[in-house]
Design a protein around this ligand. Structure first.
Ligand code: AMP
Length: 302
C-alpha cells in the first residue's frame, strides 16, 4: 500500500570527526522516502529551490519514488549545518536556513489524497495538520515525528495535531520533554493520552522502544564497526518502520515488532557512510540479511 511522506528535502553541511562536506543531499523526507522505498510505493510532498538539480533528484527516480508533490519554488533549498562531537554522541546545529521552506504550504496532489499510510516528518505541527485536512479518505495509519523546537515553541498546536495521530516516533530526550516525565514508561503513558496509541522511542545507538497497549518491546542498536555519519538515521528508521507496515498492510503487535527491526536496520545502514551514500547502493537482500542478524542477536531461551 502506498505511503505518503511530507517533510524537508535539504542540502546539509556536515562535520564529523573524519570528514566535512558542504553540500550533501539531506532532509527528513528524503531519508525517510529512500528508506521506505525498499518496502513500498512512496509519494513525497515537500519543496526545493532553483539550486536543486536533476542530478539531485536522481536519488528519488532511481528508487521509483513519486515526486509529483515535490514543489519547486523560487529561492534556495532548505539548508541545515551540523557538527558531531568526537564520539558522535553530541550534535550541534550550526545553521538552519529555511529558504523556500519558510513559506512552504504542503499541497497534496489529488492522487495522494487517498493515501492509506502517512508520515508527517518533522515540520511545523500546523502544517502537519493541514496535510491531514487535505486527505479525502480516513488513512489506515498516520505517524508523526517532531523535535524540541516545536515542543518548546508551539506546544498547543503540537497537542492539537497529536490528537489525530496513531503513531508518534520521537527520541528519548523529546519523549521526556513532551511529557515532563523522566521515567520513559510513565512518559509514554502520558503521551499516549495525548492521542497516539503507539509510541516509538528512538534511542540512537542504544536502539528503540515500542510502547503499544500492554506491550513494551525493545530492540538494541545494531553494532557497527564503523560509523561515518549518523545524519538522517532517525528518519531512515521511521522509513524502514512505516515502509514495512505499509508493505504488510496491518499493524498488529507482531507486525509492529518486525517494523521496529526494519527501522533499526535502515537506521544502522544510514550511519555506515556519509549522508545518504549507503542508501544509494543498499539492496533489499542486504536489508533482509541484517534483519535476520537482528533475530540472532536477540534470541535466547529460558
Ligand atoms: P536526523 O539526523 O534524523 O535528525 O535528520 C537530519 C535531517 O533533518 C537533515 O538532513 C536535515 O536537513 C533535516 N533537518 C534538520 N533540521 C530540520 C528542521 N528544523 N526541519 C526540518 N528538517 C530538518
Amino acid at each position: 500500500m502506498s505511503l505518503l511522506v511530507v517533510g524537508s528535502v535539504a542540502f546539509d553541511a556536515i562535520q564529523t570527526p573524519f570528514r566535512e562536506a558542504e553540500r550533501v543531499l539531506g532532509g527528513a523526507a528524503m531519508y525517510f522516502a529512500v528508506a521506505a522505498s525498499f518496502f513500498t510505493k512512496v509519494n513525497v510532498v515537500g519543496v526545493v529551490g532553483y539550486d536543486f538539480t536533476a542530478r539531485d533528484a536522481e536519488i528519488f527516480r532511481r528508487r521509483g519514488i513519486d515526486t509529483q508533490g515535490l514543489e519547486r519554488a523560487p529561492g534556495k533549498t532548505f539548508f541545515w549545518a551540523g557538527k558531531y562531537s568526537a564520539d558522535f554522541t553530541d550534535r550541534t546545529t550550526l545553521a538552519t536556513d529555511l529558504n523556500v521552506f519558510a513559506t512552504f504550504n504542503p499541497k497534496l496532489p489529488s492522487a495522494y489524497r487517498t493515501s492509506p499510510y502517512i508520515f508527517l516528518a518533522n515540520i511545523d505541527p500546523t502544517l502537519q495538520r493541514s496535510v491531514l485536512k487535505q486527505v479525502s479518505r480516513r488513512p489506515k495509519l498516520v505517524a508523526l515525528d517532531t523535535m524540541n523546537y516545536w515542543i518548546e515553541r508551539t506546544p498547543a498546536e503540537l497537542r492539537e495535531t497529536l490528537r489525530h495521530v496513531d503513531v508518534l516516533l520521537i527520541n528519548d530526550t523529546e519523549t521526556r520533554q513532551l511529557s515532563g516525565e523522566h521515567n520513559l514508561l510513565r512518559a509514554a503513558a502520558k503521551i499516549r493520552k495525548m492521542g497516539p496509541r503507539t509510541l516509538v522511542i528512538k534511542r540512537g545507538e542504544f536502539g528503540a522502544l515500542l510502547v503499544h497497549g500492554d506491550t513494551v518491546f525493545a530492540i538494541p542498536g545494531f553494532l557497527l564497526d564503523e560509523v561515518q555519519d549518523p545524519t538522517g538515521a532517525g528518519d531512515a528508521y521511521a522509513g524502514g518502520f512505516m515502509g514495512y507496515l505499509a508493505s504488510v498492510g496491518k499493524h498488529d503487535v507482531k507486525s509492529l515488532r518486525c517494523a521496529m527491526v526494519y527501522g533499526s536496520v535502515l537506521g544502522s545502514f544510514t550511519c555506515e557512510r556519509f549522508g545518504p551514500e549507503r542508501l544509494r547502493t543498499l539492496t533489499r537482500r542486504e536489508i533482509d540479511a541484517r534483519a535476520r542478524h537482528f533475530a540472532k542477536l536477540t534470541q535466547f531461551s529460558l
